[in-house]
Design a protein around this ligand. Structure first.
Ligand SMILES: Nc1nc2c(ncn2[C@@H]2O[C@H](COP(=O)(O)OP(=O)(O)OP(=O)(O)O)[C@@H](O)[C@H]2O)c(=O)[nH]1
Ligand SMILES: [Mg+2]
Length: 295
């Protein structure tokens, strides 16, 4: 993290290495890669491995958690991916029925050529085989359950829930390969590690939570000061030097105190506040916040 360059965050458990191999083995069966990234951190939540795997495959990028991201920034990202990278991209809240209908329609578009070909030959079209991949906790299993219409694969608000790959069938139209969230063995940059940690793609147990929360606090203050001051009952302060760490640490402690994070004896319980802030950010209680913007 920023203040701890010597403390590299790495989380590459055995199941990620194994799943990467298993996905490679299944690739010849796959027609379409649906890559699920997080709309709040579209840069860091894209694992380069998936781009390698998707060569010669159709590729659809989903930006999930759109309900928690800043809509204006998300629009800018959508333009960026469509124009600069020329990939098909959709912005979705995976808990919204209307958004899932959009996704189903898009997938049916990918299936259309198979239907046409089969019709021409007077046969039944085979299902479109879709690999659903991405970094941990982006909503891959949520998306699959929503398409199937029932809870067929485990979903939880922590990373590393899906542990192995599994094919699941949706009627006659789609076969979906659920896959565990994959990270790079070494996360490429400090800012990517921060973004992945803040949104919950890296296990909290291995993170320096207080550093992470304090950095998130400053990041939110830089771009969404009104939301932050409102949530934690702070006085607005327009003219602050973003590098004035002491000022921000005082403000952070003030926020903790306003939320009752105080130990007996009156000391501030910064650890409890760190968890509270992360929880508030991840559940959208502070507002709709994007941590990355297209350049
Ligand atoms: N607010 C919001 N929450 C979402 C969205 N999509 C998924 N979630 C939540 O995100 C959490 C992770 O969802 P999963 O479907 O388990 O994610 P996954 O990508 O399968 O995670 P791993 O298997 O651990 O890699 C769950 O709490 C979901 O309810 C979304 O678009 N918006
Ligand atoms: Mg999963």
């Amino acid at each position: 993290m920023a203040e701890n360059n010597d403390r590299q965050i790495q989380w590459y458990p055995g199941h990620m290495a194994r799943s990467t191999r298993q996905i490679r083995e299944q690739l010849s069966r796959v027609d379409l890669l649906v890559e699920v990234a997080d709309a709040r951190i579209p840069l860091s939540s894209r694992n380069p491995l998936l781009r390698d795997l998707s060569q010669n495959k159709e590729h659809l990028l989903i930006l999930s958690h759109a309900d928690l991201a800043d809509p204006q920034i998300t629009d800018a990202w959508l333009n960026y991916f469509r124009q600069k990278e020329e990939i098909r991209a959709l912005v979705l809240c995976l808990n919204s029925a209307a958004d899932l209908a959009k996704l189903r329609k898009e997938l049916q578009n990918f299936h259309l050529p198979y239907l046409k070909k089969a019709q021409y030959k007077g046969r039944q079209a085979r299902a479109l085989r879709i690999l659903v991949g991405g970094v941990p906790n982006t909503g891959k299993s949520t998306l699959i359950n929503a398409l199937i219409g029932k809870r067929s694969t485990a979903v939880e608000s922590r990373p590393g829930v899906t542990r192995s790959i599994r094919w699941l069938r949706v009627g006659t139209e789609f076969e979906l390969l659920d896959s565990p969230g994959l990270l790079e063995p070494k996360i490429s940059s400090d800012s990517a590690a921060f973004a992945l940690a803040a949104t919950g793609a890296i296990k909290d147990d291995i993170l320096p939570l207080e550093d992470l929360a304090f950095r998130l606090f400053r990041e939110i203050h830089a771009h969404y000061p009104a939301e932050l001051t409102e949530r934690y009952e702070l006085a607005p302060d327009a003219d602050v030097d973003p590098d004035d760490i002491e000022y921000f640490y005082d403000l952070y402690q003030e926020a903790a105190s306003h939320k009752g994070c105080i130990l007996s004896g009156g000391r501030i319980d910064t650890e409890r506040f760190a968890r509270m802030l992360l929880g508030d950010f991840r559940s959208g209680k502070i507002g709709r916040i994007s941590l990355e913007r297209p350049s």
